[in-house]
Every structure is written in C-alpha cells, then in structure tokens.
Write a protein that binds this ligand. Structure first.
Ligand code: UDX
Length: 458
C-alpha cells in the first residue's frame, strides 16, 4: 500500500485517485477550489462519469480517499505525487504548462521525505526533464525527488472502466528506484506494464492519440470520396475491419473528432515538430480534414436549402460524443452559430449537455434566429423542417425512421453519425443525408410528406 497524493481533480486526476484508492492505496486528492473539495467530500463528483460517485463514496467511507486544498499536508509525506492538472492549448497550438509549474513549485516546497513525482497530464516531450530540474532547484528539504511519466489513455464516459481495465500502463522512468515505485503502485491492478524512458513515454501518449485521430480523419476523407464515387463508407469500413492489421475500432466516419484530447494533442505534436524544424505532414492532414469535416453537413444542407430563415431546425445531440456532458471541440459548437446566423429557429436536445451548451448559447433570440432547449427528442422533431444529428446518444438512436416522418413537418434529416440505414429512411419517406453514403431520395418512400417538402420550396 502506498501513500499517494493527486494534484488536480479533473477527469485525469480524480479518476486516477479514486482508482488508486479502489485497489487499496491511501489517497489524498488536492484541488485549489474549496467548494469543489467540499462537494467531493459529500460524495458528489464534479464530472459526469459512470461508477465514479459510487467508488468515491465507497472509498471515502472506509477512509482510503480524502480531498483537500491543503497541498502541504497532502504532499509532505507522500510516497508518490501524481500530477493530473490541465495542459490547455494555447493559440499557437502549444500546451500551456503553467498549472504543472505551479504544482511542481508547491511539491518542491512541501515534500519532507523521498518521493516520486508522476506526471499524468499530457505534456510535450522533454517536459518531465524540466519539471524534475525545476523541483530540484526549489527543493526545501534534503530528500530524493524524481519525476516519472505515466500518460493516461482513458476515454471520457468510460474513464473508471478504462483505468481499472487499461490495455496497458505506460511508465517512463530514468532510474531503477522510480521504476520500482511505479511498478509497485500498479501491481494491484494486474495490467500489462510498458516500461520505457521518460521521453518515450511522453511520446507514446501523443503518438497514440494522434494515430487514432489520423485513423478517424482518414475514414472521413475516404467517406467523402465514397459519396462522390457511389461507394458506402460503412460497407468499406466493415470490409477493412477484418484485416487484423487495420482493426475494427475507430473506423466510424462522421462529423469529425472532438473532445479534450484529439484536437489538442494533434495541434501540440504538430507544434513540437515545427519547433524542431520538422513538418509532421500526416498529423497536419488529420487536423485539416477534421476542420472541414465538422461543418460538412451544414455545407450540404446550405446548398440544398438556400436559406434556414424561418425554418424549425431540430438539433439532436450537443456533446462531442455520448456518455459525457463535455462540449469541448464538439461539432455542435461550430454548426449551431452558423445555423443561428442564417436565421434558423433551433430546437436542441441533449440528455446531459444542454445546460453547458446554454451557458454559451442561452435560450432565446440570437439575431435572426433563436434557440430553445427541449427535454426529449420528440419535442425537438415535432413540426421541424430539418433535423441535424450531432451526437449518437441512445435516446436519439431509439427514434425510428417512421417517427421522423410522422413528427417532422418536412422530414429532411442530416445525420453526422450514420445512425440509420439509408434504405430504411428511404422506405419511411425521409430525405436522409449522412456521411460517406448515398442520400435517400424523397418521393420514393411510402411517407406522406413529400408534397410538403415541395410546398416550402425544398
Ligand atoms: C480519447 C482517447 O480515446 C483516449 O485514449 C485519450 O486518453 C483521450 O482522447 P475521448 O476524447 O474521451 O478519448 O473520446 P473518444 O471516444 O476517443 O472519441 C473522440 C472523438 O472521436 C469523438 O468526437 C468521437 O465522436 C470521435 N470518433 C471516435 C469518431 O468520429 N469515429 C470513431 O470511429 C471514433
């Protein structure tokens, strides 16, 4: 059992802390925000993650996890301090390391016994060397402090599961002692451990995330070509997926990748390369394709409709993916302002992300357009002229093709997540546009609303 302190209680820090407690370690999570600390003590998680609150309460009740703003008390006799604070993207694409620097300084001033500092946050290659030097420079007591890299690969929405059942743990150390401490901490997880040097560990994180981003952008690129040549991206992906060298995951074409990692980490690695005088062409391509892809459906719809002014537009899903309330880099954030600018009256539905979205786009009039938040899919679709699907929530997938035809005034659907079969939408009488597949033609279905599409000039 190790005495562990965790700096930062965001997705990375809090989930790591809770999972360390769950396998038996003694954990103290540190955050500067007093109200957040009180909230967590009462068993409430500041983020939405499956099973997280349950494990927070269970481990708090048995005294294996605690929360504090007092970093000195948490750090002074810890065996290991994990840093999980944010490294937000700066305008030039580089990572902002000021939160890491603040924590490093606090550690240097607080530790009173030998301690391993473990950087979990995603940081540019070479940062851990600098953090170690920084801590040594400011160290108050005569103790051994080393820095190790331990990048995090969890996905939002399945963070607890991903941590407890990770496919691999990557540790980057520069001494036998550091390696042994980290091996010991991860021993109760019984997971494969990849032990490398610090710089390789830092690079594994970027290389993995950017490879996945590239995979998605590649499929989106191919999807756009599929549309032009009459192929179907889902069939193409299925055919590719049987090749074990390609694999079956992350082949879903759509409206591009969002979230807190892929957009940030692709830009960060491109920036790192540029600093070395090297152009990372593949990653640049992933970024460029993604930028175009996010508004692909809007562009299609704009060509089709001439104007959105006076149209009721249903927007289904606002978050960057299902299972999270996170909106960072979500396609909705790019498309909704465009629709509002064009005078659309938007009726938006998201099971958990609507409150966050309303902070950016409050309910009511926005220039010529307006936005209203509704509490179920049916309310959004009722009387709508156009529907955009941005997130594949279960609640959205549960809606049948017939329901679109029945509820919408004019059943015209732009699906950014390829939820439906083109044929079934066509049979239901819905004009259906998706990504990398043929469009279903209106007028061929058994639905009754085609004349209405025509009467409003559609
Ligand atoms: C990702 C990585 O999966 C994780 O390992 C890393 O630690 C952090 O970044 P996350 O951002 O939570 O996790 O979500 P993920 O499920 O990977 O999805 C990212 C984006 O890619 C979403 O917008 C999703 O919709 C999109 N995506 C994913 C696709 O468009 N197609 C796919 O096939 C898969």
């Amino acid at each position: 059992m190790y005495k562990i302190a965790v700096a930062g209680t965001g997705y990375v820090g809090l989930v790591a802390g809770v999972c360390f407690a769950e396998v038996g370690h003694q954990v103290t999570c540190v955050d500067i925000d007093e109200s957040k600390v009180e909230l967590m003590k009462s068993g409430v998680s500041p983020i939405y993650e499956e099973n997280l609150e349950e494990l927070m309460r269970k481990n708090y009740a048995v005294g294996r996890i605690n929360y504090t703003t007092d970093y000195q008390v948490a750090y002074k006799d810890a065996d290991a301090i994990f840093i999980g604070v944010g490294t937000p993207e700066q305008p030039d694409g580089s990572a902002n390391l000021s939160y890491i620097a603040t924590v490093a300084r606090q550690i240097a001033e607080s530790v009173e016994k030998d301690c391993l500092v473990v950087v979990k946050s995603t940081v540019p290659v070479g940062t851990n060397d600098k953090v170690e030097q920084f801590i040594q420079d400011f160290l108050v007591h005569d103790v051994r402090v080393e820095v190790a890299s331990n990048p995090e690969f969890l996905a939002q929405g399945s963070a607890v599961h991903d941590t407890l059942h990770a496919e691999r743990i990557v540790i980057g150390t520069e001494s036998k002692w550091a390696e042994e401490v980290l091996m010991g901490i991860y021993e109760p997880f019984h997971l494969p451990i990849v032990s490398v040097n610090r710089r390789s560990a830092e690079m594994i994180k970027y290389a993995s995330n950017d490879f996945l981003a590239l995979k998605i952008s590649y499929m989106n690129d191919i999807a756009n070509l599929c549309e032009l040549v009459g192929a179907d991206i889902q069939d193409v992906a299925r055919g590719m997926s049987f090749d074990a060298r390609i694999g079956s995951k992350f082949l879903n074409a759509g409206i591009g990748f969002g979230g807190s990692c892929f957009p940030k980490d692709t830009k960060a690695l491109e920036y790192i390369a540029k600093q070395q005088g090297y152009e990372l062409k593949t990653v640049k391509a992933a970024i460029d394709v993604n930028k175009e892809q996010k508004t692909m459906l809007y562009k299609k719809a704009s060509k089709r409709l001439i104007t959105f002014s006076g149209l009721k537009v249903a927007v289904l899903g606002l978050t960057f993916k299902p299972g999270t309330d996170d909106l960072r880099e979500a396609a909705s954030l790019e498309n909704v302002p465009l629709l509002l600018e064009q005078g659309a009256d938007i009726y938006a539905y998201d099971p958990v992300g609507a409150n966050n979205f309303a902070k950016v786009h409050p309910e009511g009039k926005h220039g010529r357009g307006s936005i209203t938040y509704v509490s179920n899919v049916e309310q959004a679709l009722e009387g709508a002229n156009v529907c955009f699907i941005f997130t594949e929530w279960g609640e959205v997938k549960a809606i049948t093709p017939e329901a679109y035809e029945k509820l919408m005034m004019t059943p015209l659907v732009y699906d950014g997540r390829n939820i439906y079969s083109v044929q079934e939408m066509e049979e239901a009488g819905v004009e259906y546009h998706s990504i990398g597949r043929k469009q279903s033609n209106r007028g061929q279905g058994k639905g009754q609303k085609h004349h209405e599409l025509q009467t409003i000039g559609l």
